[in-house]
Design a protein around this ligand. Structure first.
Ligand code: PEP
Ligand code: MN
Length: 339
């Protein structure tokens, strides 16, 4: 499968911003020979904060039509209602995406599916903001059952309460599990919304391709620093061209079952390392309390009791030795840190 590439700004901010970005992207396409499949630009923006830029709405739709005709590239935008679907169709925009926020409301998704029923639309279904595979699958099914021309899934990460380095938690096992259920369905990654910052985009984009994702949606703006939404995660068209050229595209998932288990393992290992870091913070706090109260750092009896409890409640007997050694290492490391 040829990789599917989507690029364009988070939102349409003005005619000038839209056409400058499209022009620079088309120059990049000529320079690099990259085939861009869709130009993206949000017209209605579902913002968390009511005071944030909400997009220009209907006013911007004719400009999207112009970009589509002028640059000979299909344009896609986000819809949240059936009315918006009709407005897009009138402007000749028939590639639409359902965003992560709309994705949590099956009733609204169904209304959008009804509006595109049996029509030649391409629908991109982003993952819902909550890590619930069944909800995502349900949304995809609504469009498959509506008989639209093409359905494409987009992984943009999941809300994480900002506890992660990325803006959204990847939970790679979820999109990979989707691939296990729907081997024929193209799945793209949107590293822009996943990362929230351009500095992580190259590594996440490559990882997605290594996992066998079928393409990438990337936010690009002619002047990211001036963007009215998602400024820190948008690439310039030149950065986009360089990035795409630097990536290795695989775009097939030969053994999705195995890749899913590996992703699950990576998830557990990440949690383990985060837990160990948290444990160290607690150890520091204990060290402070001991120091203030003139208590010895090493309290062998206490540790012995704790270890016995862990080992009793512990893993399979086959892992007992491993666990005993691991606990010992943990203890020694904590003592060294406290000292
Ligand atoms: C977007 O693509 O601009 C967008 C709002 O995406 P998401 O729904 O993934 O947050
Ligand atoms: Mn955005």
């Amino acid at each position: 499968m040829k990789p599917v590439l989507i690029a364009g700004p988070c939102a349409v901010e003005s005619e000038h911003q839209l056409f400058t970005t499209a022009e620079l992207l088309s120059q990049e396409i000529k320079r690099t020979g990259i085939a861009l499949d869709y130009f993206r630009a949000g017209v209605w923006k579902p913002r968390s904060n009511p005071n944030s830029f909400k997009g220009l709405g209907n006013e911007a739709l004719p400009w999207l039509g112009e970009v589509q005709r002028g640059f000979g590239i299909r344009v896609c935008t986000e819809v949240m209602t059936a009315k918006q679907v009709d407005a897009c169709a009138k402007a000749g925009i028939t590639t639409l995406w359902v965003g992560a926020r709309t994705g949590v409301n099956p009733v609204e998704v169904q209304k959008i599916a009804d509006a595109v029923k049996e029509k030649p639309f391409t629908i991109l279904v982003k993952n819902p903001i909550v890590p619930d595979l069944n909800l995502w699958i349900g949304n995809i099914e609504r469009f498959l059952q509506a008989g639209v021309s093409q359905v494409i899934a987009v992984h943009r990460g999941f809300a994480n309460g900002n506890e992660n380095v990325y803006r959204n938690a990847p939970c790679w096992e979820i999109p990979i599990d989707l691939k296990v259920h729907y081997p024929e369905l193209p799945i793209l990654c949107d590293p822009s919304h996943l990362c929230g910052n351009v500095k992580w985009i190259p590594q996440v984009a490559q990882l997605a391709l290594n996992y066998g994702f079928n393409g990438l949606m990337l936010e690009t703006h002619y002047s990211p620093a001036e963007a009215l939404s998602d400024a820190s995660q948008q690439l310039t068209p030149a950065q986009w061209g360089d990035l795409i050229q630097s990536l290795t595209f695989k775009t097939d998932m030969p053994n999705a079952e195995l890749i899913k288990q590996r992703a699950l393992l990576e998830h557990v290992d990440t949690q383990l390392s985060e837990l160990l870091a948290k444990r160290m913070e607690i150890v520091d706090e204990i060290a402070r309390i001991k120091k203030e109260n003139n208590l010895p750092v090493v309290q062998p009896k206490q540790w012995q009791q704790v270890t016995e409890r862990y080992l009793k409640e512990g893993l399979d007997p086959a892992y007992r030795d491993f666990l005993a050694q691991f606990l010992e290492l943990l203890h020694q490391t904590s003592i060294q840190r406290q000292q």
